[in-house]
Design a protein around this ligand. Structure first.
Ligand code: PEP
Length: 261
């Protein structure tokens, strides 16, 4: 028991995976794990983030499970209009999608989502009533040069001007050190907890909701390290990449966090 009143979140980021046939199998396996061995909504929020073309299908197939469907990204443009290739927050909401990842390091690094773009995405997602899982994290270079804390706290401050007081309850933070994503390297539970405590301190200076905001850890989370991470007081869940493509691993990670409640 962590003693925290925050319900943890375990969210699987499928990234640009998998092909249809494998997705069908994954969904069937998830249904089996999460309906046969229930994790109650009071002990853990569970979500999966498929590619955008699969959002509606996945949502329909998981509607009788506790698993929420999460979009991996949203347009920086609000509303409707002549923006080829874009999916706005309004369109997500209109399709019944209530959750979205924003600011994932792959979006920031590969697709040049700047702090300004990320801020616009957060603003529009919140205005449409979506819950935002806002990703922050430092590069290896930034960590080695002693800038990790400053970089991460700046990323938190970046969105402070667009999140209104009552909207903080729709924000979940995911701390994902970039050097730990998809590399098999995990931050030690101590290092992760230290950063999470700093993030909580930073959030508490911005909003009186700071103590209630879930802060997830992401970066090579797997069943083997989930229990130790889940035991840290300020780690309120996980954003899981690779291991979320296997239903059993994902279920075990969710169980590790649910058991802290
Ligand atoms: C991620 O993509 O958010 C992630 C943490 O990936 P992985 O678990 O594979 O490191």
């Amino acid at each position: 028991m962590s003693g925290s009143t925050i319900i943890p979140w375990v969210v699987g980021n499928w990234k640009m995976n998998p092909l249809q046939a494998n997705a069908q199998q994954l969904i069937q396996d998830l249904k089996q794990y999460f309906t046969q061995e229930q994790i109650s909504a009071q002990s853990c929020h569970i979500g999966v983030a498929p590619v955008s073309i699969a959002l509606l299908n996945v949502r329909a197939q998981l509607c009788d499970t506790p698993i929420k469907t999460v979009a991996q990204d949203v347009s920086r443009i609000a509303g409707l209009g002549a923006y080829t290739g874009e999916v706005s927050a309004e369109l997500l909401k209109d399709s019944g999608i209530q959750f979205v990842l924003v600011g994932h390091s792959e979006r920031r690094e590969i697709f040049a989502d700047t702090a300004e773009i990320v801020k616009q995405k957060v603003q529009h997602a919140l205005s449409a009533g979506l819950t935002v899982i806002y990703c922050v994290g430092e590069s290896l270079e930034q960590r080695e040069s002693g800038q990790a804390e400053q970089v991460v706290l700046q990323q938190i401050c970046d969105i402070a001007t667009v999140v209104q007081a009552e909207q903080w309850q729709k924000i979940v933070i995911a701390y994902e050190p970039i050097w730990a994503i998809g590399t098999g390297k995990t931050a030690s539970p101590e290092d992760a907890q230290t950063m999470h405590a700093k993030i909580r301190e930073g959030l508490s200076q911005i909003t009186d909701q700071g103590k209630n905001i879930a802060i997830l850890y992401g970066g090579s989370v797997k069943p083997e390290n989930a229990v130790e991470l889940a035991a840290c007081p300020d780690i309120n869940g996980a954003l899981v990449g690779g291991a979320s493509l296997n239903a059993e691993s994902f279920y075990q990670i969710a169980q590790a966090f649910a058991k802290t409640q």
